[in-house]
Ligand binder design. Structure first.
Ligand SMILES: Cc1ncc(COP(=O)(O)O)c(C=O)c1O
Length: 398
């Protein structure tokens, strides 16, 4: 084992006990993240929650600064909220959709995002248009270009890496197309951040939402939104702005905060924010390119090995693939496989049809086992999951 890998594993208490291949669910937190969080919780208990938050203000500011650096933004552009879905919805709610307005999206956008578009269709008469896919998989930039030409397109919304497959959408090319068309661009980077380098300037996005807990290895229960200067200057603010996001000036007027905090909510998990700060610094030290490259290499190895096993169908499509492997095992329900692997100390997860109906129906898959390695996993652990699956697939074929 090389020195870097050894250190990453020593820094990660969970590596001792489990083979953790569920980073697309939640990555294992490094010790520094855990310490920052438990330390703050203790101070909350001893000093009081509001008092300890005041005391932690410099560290909270550092968390914002480092988070901004991670995505190529400035402190003023960063909003921290409860989770990635809230971040995405806060951004979506900044648009006043009228009946007949169009949202252009993809066939692989995240389930909750799709549900929100459908809710807007039902409640506000919004028209949802999904770009066609390229033959190799992923949204076809030409199709997006054509859809954006239609009148009344108010938004292009794209999930960078979907929850249920290794597909990587061409988010940079799509950003250039949106910019050219003058259409606001919202990117869901939940499965990308911490694995794929993010630079909001290159993406030319108005908003980018993500979570702390997946490939970034921060805590559960925290998400964030990068809000562009363009969106701030336009005066965008969330529909249900609260007392953190705005000042109530007179009985009938309010003023949104000048920076991205207008997208935040009053109640705040400071222990989580401090944990997020540590996770970001850890990712910057490892290097997102280095860590993500290794995670994708391990995922490619899983796919290669599973393809050789009887009864296995690897479902990931796309020119370039992220560190998410989805496989259908003949005659087995993925939930059953997750439990069998868990009994052997291996963490994976199940991707159900309802998480991505368009993609799963196209692949004729009712559900899939999802295996998502990260840079701290070893080649031996990849062997372990493959060997654990080998008899499960062949048993159903025999
Ligand atoms: C692509 C994608 N977007 C958004 C989310 C939602 O994140 P959260 O659970 O933090 O709201 C997920 C969660 O799995 C996801 O995979």
């Amino acid at each position: 084992m090389n020195e870097a890998l050894k250190k990453w594993r020593e820094d990660t208490p969970g590596c001792a006990a489990r083979v953790h291949l569920n980073n697309a669910g939640a990555g294992l937190m490094p010790q520094a993240v855990l310490h920052a969080m438990t330390g703050h919780l203790e101070r909350e208990a001893l000093l009081g929650a509001y008092e300890s938050a005041d005391e932690a203000q410099p560290q909270v500011e550092n968390a914002y600064e480092d988070l901004a650096r991670l995505v190529g933004a400035r402190r003023r552009n960063m909003a921290i909220v409860e989770n990635a879905t809230v971040a995405f919805f806060q951004a979506l709610s900044a648009f006043d959709f009228n009946p007949g307005d169009v949202i252009v999206t993809t066939r692989n956008d995240y389930v909750s995002n799709q549900l929100a578009y459908l809710s807007l269709a039902k409640r506000r008469g919004v028209v949802v248009k999904r770009a066609a896919d390229s033959p190799g998989g992923g949204a076809d930039p030409q199709s997006v270009r054509e859809l954006l030409r239609a009148p009344r397109v108010r938004l292009l919304a794209v999930t960078w890496v979907p929850t249920n497959s290794g597909l990587i959408q061409p988010v940079e090319a799509l950003g250039a197309i949106a910019d050219e068309a003058g259409v606001p661009y919202l990117v869901d980077a939940c499965q990308a951040v911490g694995e794929i380098p993010v630079d909001v300037a290159r993406l030319r996005c108005d908003f980018l939402s993500a979570t702390a807990r997946k490939f970034l290895r921060g805590p559960r229960g925290l998400g964030f939104l990068a809000v562009s200067d363009r969106a701030l200057a336009r005066g965008d603010f969330p529909l249900y702005i609260d007392m953190r996001g705005a000042n109530w000036r007179t009985a009938d007027t309010f003023e949104p905060k000048p920076d991205a905090s207008r997208f935040e909510n009053w109640e705040f998990a400071y222990s989580h924010v401090l944990g997020l700060g540590e996770a970001v610094r850890y990712a910057l030290v490892v290097g997102v390119e280095t860590g993500g490259g290794r995670a994708r290499m391990l995922a490619a190895r899983v796919r290669e090995k599973l393809r050789e096993l009887p009864g296995m169908r690897v479902l990931d499509r796309g020119k370039e693939l992220a560190a998410i492997v989805t496989v259908q095992v003949a005659g087995r329900e993925p939930e059953e496989l997750v439990m069998l692997l868990r009994q052997r100390g291996i963490n994976t997860s199940a991707s159900l049809r309802a998480y991505a109906v368009i993609d799963m129906d196209e692949k004729k898959a009712a559900a899939a086992l999802r295996i998502s390695p990260h840079y701290y996993n070893t080649e031996e652990e990849i062997e372990q999951v493959v060997e654990a699956l080998r008899p499960l697939g062949s048993a159903s074929v025999a």
